[in-house]
Design a protein around this ligand. Structure first.
Ligand code: 5GP
Length: 182
């Protein structure tokens, strides 16, 4: 791992842009579910900031669950394999389920989760919401139902996303030049 410092990180989406987009996504969800009850599943650790900001803009009755998956090894490339670090969930039969992810990259994590839920429950409805969509790396046919921002071939950090465990606390989404990362 390279020793990246905050000064190496350029802003891609600012705090204000994120706030605006979170409210827009919440408005859509408030409209879709109206007074229906939902269960929001936050995929740790990366989606923590997005999920907690998003639920505070939602008006319907909801519960929250947290699961932990990992697909990144030690670098900035997906390992191609998803590990269910902690995926204990309550009975989700007949529930409206919203999965909240940080980023859909290869799509393997999203596919793993959707397959897992479909294999274990007969949910009433299922939506996959991602803060970011990195379409360029996709290796599956899974697409988020709603997402915040498109990103191209960048490794991003901040607002929940890390590099070597760091930078999750940045208020913006940023990136470092690839040359610094590899
Ligand atoms: P996928 O399974 O779609 O390839 O990857 C999903 C996971 O990889 C995300 O939940 C995230 O943790 C990690 N990931 C993918 N791209 C990036 C990135 O640009 N930055 C960071 N920090 N993590 C990423």
């Amino acid at each position: 791992m390279k020793n990246i410092e905050i000064k190496d990180i350029k802003v891609l989406y600012s705090e204000e842009e994120i706030k605006t987009r979170v409210v827009e996504i919440a408005k859509k969800l408030n409209h879709i579910y109206a007074d229906e009850e939902v269960c929001v599943i936050c995929v740790l650790k990366g989606a923590i900031m997005f999920a907690t900001d998003l639920v505070r803009e939602l008006n319907m009755p909801l519960s929250m669950e947290f699961i932990r998956l990992s697909s990144y090894g030690h670098a900035t490339e997906s390992s191609g394999k998803v590990n269910a670090v902690d995926i204990k969930l309550p009975d989700l039969n007949d529930k409206n389920v919203i999965i909240v992810e940080d980023i859909v990259d290869t799509g393997l994590t999203a596919k793993f989760l959707l397959d897992f839920l479909n294999a274990n429950f007969r949910v009433k409805s299922l939506k996959f919401i991602s803060l970011l969509d990195k379409k360029i790396s996709r290796k599956t046919e899974v697409e988020p139902d709603l997402y915040g921002f498109d990103i191209d071939d960048k490794f991003v950090v901040g607002y929940g996303l890390d590099y070597d465990g760091k930078f999750r606390n940045l208020k913006f989404i940023g990136y470092a030049d690839k040359a610094l990362l590899v």
